[in-house]
Design a protein around this ligand. Sequence first.
Ligand code: NDP
Length: 451
Amino acid sequence: MDKFTQNYIDGFMADLLRRNPGEPEFHQAVHEVLVNVAPYIVEYPHLMDLKILERIAEPERVVMFRVPWTDDRGEIRINRGYRVQCNSALGPYKGGIRFHASVNLSIMKFLAFEQTFKNSLTTLPMGGAKGGSDFNPRGRSDAEVMRFCQSFMTELFRHIGQDTDVPAGDIGVGGREIGYLFGQYKRLSNEFTGTLTGKGLGWGGSLLRPEATGYGLCYFTEQMLGRAGESFEGKTVLVSGSGNVAQHAAQKAMRLGAKVVTLSDSDGFIHDPDGLDEEKMAFVFELKNVRRGRISEYAKKFPGATYYPGMRPWAVPCDIALPCATQNEIGKADAEALIKGGCRCVAEGANMPSTPEAVALFLENKLLYSPGKASNAGGVATSGLEMSQNSMRVHWTKDEVDAQLRRIMSDIHAACLRYGEEGDGYINYVKGANVAGFIKVADAMVDQGLV
Ligand code: NDP
């Protein structure tokens, strides 16, 4: 990298750190994009003069609010709610809501920033946002979750709308939570609109939305493998997490002929050397989505499997890893273990699950490696399809949605190839996704003037 570009990067980061102290995840996400798009910005100096990336890194609006609610014992609880509306150059703000104890401003800002580029990659008209709360639904009764959601929406509703900002689910926010949030939104706004996505099938939801992130991840991985003359057939696959994305990634990988041997949660992971099958998958769906149990129960039910408390799955030998739990779940030592265990492909279902040190190792070792903003974009893309169906008041079949999801993932893959191919033919998917995502947002911002 030439000195001018390096100076630009250093100056940009110094300013970002000074203005946003104590936000390590946000710094990490911006730095990753900056390193890839800086050479492009230097090549097109009007983007530097117009401070396009500086503007993207300053959210258009951040809302933080109190969420008071009452637990089942009558005790008053206080949580903090967030909505970070990062960028609306391409369409209404769009991005999930996360309920998890770890939620803070840094994590919200990193996710909203990532979402802006991801949504751009989908080619659908959606800006980028993210929201959530440090509320942890784990162990809470349905009534408590409902009261929390209603209180959260009582403030959020004034900041969102079908043409303004359309939230969806994320960690800790699935069909149950979207239902309660939508009910309260409808009551407060006195309108039945498509303001949230991930809705129930009977009241405006799209077929395949729950499956879309995990399925889309596998379609994208198929494209990566296909270009290298490979497929899922006969491959050993590690999946982390056991929530929405992990479940559907595991199911689709299995159906495409892979042997999926791990799943996890924040307490540990299970290793099933025989691999998942339809019966075991059905157990996982029931365990996680109906009983809201822990993944350790899998090893009790299926004695061929072993539960490893307090550990991550990355030391298990594999061909392909699909991290689908949370940010920074693959550190340097995990990446080393993956490579040592024979892993040749890492495709991210979660957002930023690999630390910068892990990503550097994947790229150095020329793994097929794709960042979440490319490979997990199928979820938000299908949310975009849900918005279209709501606006047109139509309901597409599963096959119609699946065909569109496949096409979008294939288009994102092609965009990564366009901007990510290196001299030796290696595809740097991080660079490809960052540059392709940036160009569209940047061009729209140039057109729309200084706002
Ligand atoms: P869920 O809440 O359904 O599942 C999250 C899973 O990850 C659970 O198994 C959870 O375990 C585990 N997990 C959460 N936090 C941690 C942690 N700190 N350490 C280890 N495990 C953890 O969420 P989703 O499946 O929806 O989301 C998973 C990832 O995918 C997130 O990064 C999300 O941003 C991303 N994503 C989701 C999309 C969607 O459509 N839902 C779209 C695009 C990206 P436990 O039960 O113990 O908390």
